[in-house]
Ligand binder design. Sequence first.
Ligand code: ZN
Length: 97
Amino acid sequence: MKIAKEISTYCPYCNKHTVHIVKSVIGPKPANPSRGMSVSNRRHNRKIKGYVGKVKAKTPVKKLAKKQKALLECKECHKSIQRVFGNRTKKKLEIKR
Ligand SMILES: [Zn+2]
C-alpha cells in the first residue's frame, strides 16, 4: 500500500481538517528479551505444554496480517496521531517520495 507524503485529514487538537505529514511506520514492539526465561514465563510454557489440566488455551485462530500503522503529524499544531491504513493487509505501508 502506498500513501502520499502529505495528506489532509481531521486533527482532533485543531478540531478541523489540516495538512498532516506522514512520518514513520510504527512496527510492533518486540517483547522484553530479558524476561524470556523468567519464572513466570517458564511456568506459563509448562502449562501450555500440557502437563496440567485445562489452562488458558492457545489462540485457536491466528490473525493472518498485521495492522499497518503510521504517525500523522499536524502541520499547524505539530501534534501527532496514530492511524491505521488498510485494516489488516499483508501489504506493507510505503510512503511515497
Ligand atoms: Zn492540529
